[in-house]
Design a protein around this ligand. Structure first.
Ligand SMILES: Cc1cc2nc3c(=O)[nH]c(=O)nc-3n(C[C@H](O)[C@H](O)[C@H](O)COP(=O)(O)OP(=O)(O)OC[C@H]3O[C@@H](n4cnc5c(N)ncnc54)[C@H](O)[C@@H]3O)c2cc1C
Length: 386
């Protein structure tokens, strides 16, 4: 059964299942290979996904697949209407952002089911490697496979990206707890900046309901000084001013994972290989949010792969199509993150920077959209260094 697929997609996360569905729906024969025994499990995500109208302004040039617009209610755990940002000294600013919190286990399974319905063959519990241009499968299915196109949707530690010669990019490392019995604001997804508890990144509270939340930190290793992630997250929950909300909570689940923070590697297409989602660094560096970009990139990868199989269209068009749909926003998010990096080293600088921004400007910066916002961050960081 393994020898006649035209397109092989590695990884059944949002990018891979979307790519498999798009390619299969256009008539390519597709195999979707996932190393996890159960797609979507274990969860390594906060599940925060802005509503479709927010995504349309976050990525104004992207064609949003139906799966970002019309998600079954059973995949949505909760809805929020605000984003609140806390400075290290506790000053808060908030702005409206309509958000959904998806149950990644159900959401990823739904996306994989759609790929299967479109005609893709799904192989869970099967790990893929690449050796001399051929895919080597191990696990529930073993054997070798030589598809015409390989889509690497295999997450932040992508073997496909390494095969293409990309070196490791910049990462955020994340630790997150699912907590119950917390005293949070169920309407607001919250971000907390703190050089002490979330060096080089931020801590978050994503409500899952009235008294439940995903609580996590994302930090950058270059900012750590012998600190351990569990100690930082425990400190955030028990010592930081957020402890008023979290201190009496209980932890039901522990999740960890990497988030690309440096944008795309030099190549996202080489020979017959395409990269999509985390594997391609498709994560907004200002927020660490990767689900929307993964789904848009997956759709483009599937379309380009099928266009190549059916009509001999060039695979190299993939990179320019990504650039057209969200390249500008992704690049700007990395530029903004680099400018804010300096302020991240000092709570005092970060506090001043956040105090100087209006809630609207903050929203623009989070969306990485308005060039004027870039100028403003640059100006403020320069001021701090004078
Ligand atoms: C703690 C944490 C919280 C986050 N919170 C949010 C959030 O709230 N909102 C948001 O938008 N983003 C969030 N993200 C980022 C988001 O999870 C990712 O950007 C998103 O999952 C990317 O989708 P993907 O399909 O590219 O990769 P993934 O979802 O990582 O899927 C890749 C898949 O490939 C499989 N795989 C890897 N290697 C192989 C192999 N060799 N063979 C077969 N299968 C393989 C993996 O098992 C995995 O299932 C968070 C990340 C972390 C770590």
């Amino acid at each position: 059964m393994l020898d006649n697929f035209q397109v092989a997609v590695i990884g059944a996360g949002p990018a891979g299942s979307t790519a498999a569905e798009a390619a299969a729906a256009r008539g390519a024969s597709v195999v979707l290979i996932e190393r996890k025994s159960e797609i979507g499990t274990p969860v390594q995500c906060g599940g925060f996904l802005p509503e479709a109208r927010e995504l349309a302004s976050l990525m104004p040039h992207a064609r949003l697949p139906e799966t970002l617009q019309d998600i079954p209610e059973r995949c949505i755990l909760h809805r929020t209407r605000l984003q609140r940002v806390f400075s290290p000294y506790g000053k808060a600013k908030e702005f409206p952002v309509a958000g959904r919190v998806v149950d990644r286990r159900a959401f990823d399974r739904w996306l994989a089911t759609r790929a299967a319905r479109a005609g893709a063959t799904v192989l869970p519990a099967t790990r893929a490697g690449i050796d001399e241009g051929a895919l080597q499968l191990h696990g529930r299915f073993s054997g070798s496979l030589k598809p015409q196109v390989i889509i690497g949707a295999d997450g932040p530690n992508s073997v496909v990206s390494k095969t293409m010669g990309n070196k490791g990019s910049e990462w955020g490392v994340c630790l997150e707890y699912e907590m119950v019995e917390v005293d949070i604001d169920p309407d607001a997804a919250e971000m907390y900046f703190s050089a002490r508890y979330a060096p080089g990144g931020y801590a978050w509270i994503i409500p899952l309901g009235k008294n439940t939340a995903n609580v996590g930190i994302g930090v950058r290793p270059s900012y750590l000084k012998d600190q351990k992630l569990p100690d930082l997250l425990e400190g955030f929950i028990r010592e930081h001013f957020a402890s008023a909300k979290l201190g009496r909570g209980q932890v039901l689940a522990v999740m960890r994972g990497l988030v690309p923070a440096g944008g795309s590697p030099p190549a996202i297409q080489k020979e017959n290989m395409l990269l999509a989602g985390d594997a391609a660094g498709h994560v907004m560096a200002t927020s660490g949010g990767g689900i929307p970009l993964a789904i848009v990139a997956g759709r483009i990868a599937g379309e380009v792969a099928a266009g190549h199989i059916k009509y001999n269209e060039a695979l190299r068009d993939y990179s320019s199509r990504i650039r057209e749909e969200f390249g500008r926003e992704l690049t700007r998010s990395v530029q903004i993150r680099k400018m804010v990096d300096m302020a991240m080293k000092s709570d005092r600088l970060m506090d001043t920077l956040l105090a100087a921004l209006s809630a609207d400007q903050m929203k623009s910066i989070m969306r990485a959209q308005i060039p004027a916002a870039l100028g403003l961050v640059r100006e403020l960081s320069d001021d701090q260094h004078r």
